[in-house]
Design a protein around this ligand. Sequence first.
Ligand code: UDP
Length: 199
Amino acid sequence: MDSVKILGVPFSKMTLSDTVKVLQGKLAGERSQSRLFHLITANPEIVMAAKQQPELQQIVNAADLITPDGIGVVLAAKWQGVHIPERVTGFDLLIRLLEGASKRGFSLYVVGADEETNAKAAGIIADKYPGVTIVGRHNGYFKGDQEEALVADIERKQPDLLIVAFGAPNAEKWIYKHKSRLKAKVAFGVGGSLDVIAG
Ligand code: UDP
């Protein structure tokens, strides 16, 4: 895929609409049992943090697609003489995918935020986007063996899309850590999106 390297991170040069099409293709396609498609919407903070943290750099290197989540990335590209059309944020991608579900439905697992927000956001998504089947949800604050139970549940449910709202880069680290067991077709971190949806 066409990309530009900014501080060592290969950013996609696709528009939001084209990125949505790529993800819709993945959601509609065959499930790979061995690996999910890990999208990272990376802001300048992640790019800088990856320079300091080899663990994060490794996660970024292993991502399947990295989109510019921040005007700082778009401007840095411009500085290098490369045109990146626009920001492509986790929230915008999520909403566009949910809207697209009216044409072609998919299953969704919703992880992250506090319990009230998670439950409310999942309820709103289910009401507003009937093409989306929510197969599971869990808040982002784990106690005891809840995390293991959650990973096992996602492994069993095999959602088409997994969204993780822990804030960056915690969501990216979590997806990477459990990648081999999260049997989703596509996974990405959505920052504070559940808070926004819950209102
Ligand atoms: N969050 C979570 N578990 C945590 C920490 C944060 O689920 O251990 C959630 C938090 O409730 C919020 C979202 O992650 O819904 C984004 O958090 P924050 O605003 O701190 O992250 P940022 O938007 O700054 O990346």
